[in-house]
Design a protein around this ligand. Structure first.
Ligand code: HEC
Length: 138
């Protein structure tokens, strides 16, 4: 009798531990999901905001060439490897910034995922200058 009572108590004793473990594990699974979500949705990152208020369009023009954008993008509608950037300003600053920093976040219909994924490591001012420059393509 005593023994079975003890067994009962130890079962009850273990229950909160199991419940705790369950909650803990499901929380860390949720955190992992959240981390993946953030990774796959970098628009949630602070860094997708513009960091400068002033632009140097001449520097943007130079960097558009030296960072090889011009190898794949024309100023007109003409497709090279990437789409022509005429009227790109209409898609909005944030879209343009994201397209450059995270090209595989959204793949334009009719194109392949060929844009280099390196520009998020470039000098941010240069990238923002490039944006000011390509927005002049009209
Ligand atoms: C190797 C070729 C290549 C290089 C270099 C390249 N891109 Fe691209 N780019 C692409 C391709 C292909 C797409 C379309 C596929 C996609 O959406 O990722 C694209 C898409 C874009 C878009 C979105 C266009 C739209 O109409 O939605 C922008 C903006 C852009 N690139 C800007 C740039 C800038 C600025 C640079 C230089 C810093 C650059 N690209 C360098 C190939 C390139």
């Amino acid at each position: 009798m005593n023994i079975s009572k003890n067994k009962y108590i130890s079962k009850i004793g273990i229950l909160p531990v199991i419940v705790f473990l369950f909650i803990f594990l499901s929380c860390s699974a949720a955190n992992e999901k959240y981390d993946n979500y953030i990774k796959n949705n970098p628009t949630k990152y602070e860094e997708v905001k513009f960091q400068y208020n002033e632009y140097d369009i001449n520097n943007g023009e130079k960097k558009f060439i030296s960072l090889t954008c011009s190898n794949c993008h024309s100023k007109e509608n003409k497709k090279i490897i990437g789409p022509g950037l005429k009227n790109i300003y209409k898609k909005g600053d944030n879209y343009i910034l994201r397209s450059i920093l995270y090209p595989d976040e959204y793949i334009l219909e009719g194109y392949k995922n060929l844009m280099p994924k390196i520009y998020k490591n470039e000098n941010r001012k240069d990238i923002e200058d490039i944006i000011a420059y390509i927005k002049t393509f009209k």
